[in-house]
Design a protein around this ligand. Structure first.
Ligand code: FAD
Ligand code: NAP
Length: 323
């Protein structure tokens, strides 16, 4: 076991964690970023990003995250290939975290940027057929359905983007939504409705994912959310895109979460109830959940972390003078 000590320990390598690292490194806090199972975060599972400021042309999510990481490393961040499995916040600063590798991480301040993970419907067949026709990532798995019939479940930005992306591989994409109105941005809706390869299926929920004789997905058992009528949709692939849940399992019983499971912070700041522990990005933001807002709150976390350490060091100096 190795112990890695730093002034600023950051858990998570999405836009929030890497922005905190860029600011933290430039402030001399020599950050360590523990990357987790999804280095670069959620943008690494998408393609086109058109709303991150600074780029006139469409950029690719994985490319943007590689650039952010390179910038963070360039100014002095250490990236660690590890996943935090336990944190000790009970004794105040310095905070201790244990990695899956067995290594220990110690930080004078802790920045939590663990983001969010895809939600599942929780209906029969979903987990059993995961990887056998059921997926939560079109950009990862869409290629396997080239020329086949696919469905996307959901009505937000992710679902619409997944459906549009899948038209690169399939001419027969059905978007299944439980209401008759999409939640996604208008510009994406306009593209969806203009695309002849996509058929919206309104007011339908998925009761089950059903396998055929070969053990892979054969059809979706659907229920009309208005009339209750049951029906089937035969598909080769189904992509669940019903939103994301914050990754807060690690902090259960250690930090307060709200009804949606998001970490609670002092309004308008990234400060948790424990001095020196900050939360930024999707893990504390139920409302906006964008790359640019995650980066913004990551910046705020680093600035507040710097102030926390400066105030503590100033208090320590004064105590020394009077001793
Ligand atoms: P995330 O990006 O979720 O990163 C979380 C990080 O925490 C990951 O690196 C993960 O490995 C790490 N982690 C989690 N648990 C642990 C642990 N225990 N130990 C160590 N590390 C851990 N937003 C836009 O602005 N524009 C878009 O075009 C856009 N497109 C999107 C497309 C898709 C398909 C999705 C899913 C989201 C999209 N978003 C988009 C939303 C955007 O990706 C998120 O708002 C943003 O990534 C949140 O950043 P984050 O840093 O808070 O968390
Ligand atoms: P979301 O906005 O929360 O939308 C989830 C969708 O899934 C909603 O339409 C919801 O239906 C539906 N849904 C939820 N639970 C369901 C269930 N059990 N059964 C059936 N349908 C269900 O999630 P998201 O689309 O993943 O987006 C998350 C965040 O990332 C948002 O802030 C979004 O703006 C951002 N994002 C941005 C971009 C972009 O800027 N281009 C791209 C992707 C994501 P209802 O509508 O009925 O609630």
């Amino acid at each position: 076991m190795t112990t890695h000590a730093t002034r600023m320990l950051i858990i998570g390598s999405g836009p929030a964690g890497l922005s905190a690292a860029i600011y933290g490194a430039r402030a001399g806090m020599q950050p360590i970023v523990v990357q987790g199972l999804q280095p670069g975060g959620q943008l690494t599972i998408t393609t086109d990003v058109e709303n991150y400021p600074g780029f006139r042309d469409v950029i690719q999510g994985p490319w943007l995250m590689q650039e952010m990481q390179a910038q963070a490393e360039h100014v002095g961040t250490r990236m660690m290939w590890d996943t935090i499995v336990d944190v000790d916040l009970a004794n105040g600063s310095p905070f201790r975290a244990t990695g899956d590798s067995g290594d220990e991480y110690v930080g004078d301040v802790l920045v939590i940027a663990t983001g969010a993970q895809a939600k599942w419907l929780g209906v029969p067949g979903e987990q059993e057929l995961s990887g056998k026709g059921v997926s939560a990532c079109a950009t990862c798995d869409g290629f396997f359905y080239r020329g086949k019939k696919v469905a996307v479940i959901g009505g937000g930005n992710t679902a619409v983007e997944e459906a549009l992306y899948l038209t690169n591989h399939s001419d027969d994409v059905t978007l299944i939504h439980r209401r008759d109105e999409l939640r996604s941005e208008k510009i994406l809706q306009d593209r969806l409705f203009a695309n002849e390869k996509i058929t919206p299926l309104w007011n339908k929920s998925v009761d089950a994912f059903v396998a055929g004789e070969n053990g892979t997905l054969a059809y979706l058992a659907l229920r009309d959310t208005v009339t209750g009528e049951l029906s089937r949709l035969e598909v080769d692939g189904a992509f669940v895109a019903i939103g994301h849940a914050p990754s807060t399992e690690l902090f259960k019983g250690k930090l307060e979460t709200d009804a949606g499971g998001y970490l609670v912070v002092e309004p308008g700041t990234p400060k948790t109830a424990i001095p020196g522990v900050f939360a930024c990005g999707d893990v504390m933001d139920q409302t906006y959940r964008q790359a640019v807002t995650a980066a913004g709150t990551g910046c705020m976390a680093a600035l507040d972390a710097e102030r926390f350490l400066a105030a503590r060091e100033f208090a320590g100096t004064k105590a020394g003078v009077h001793a």
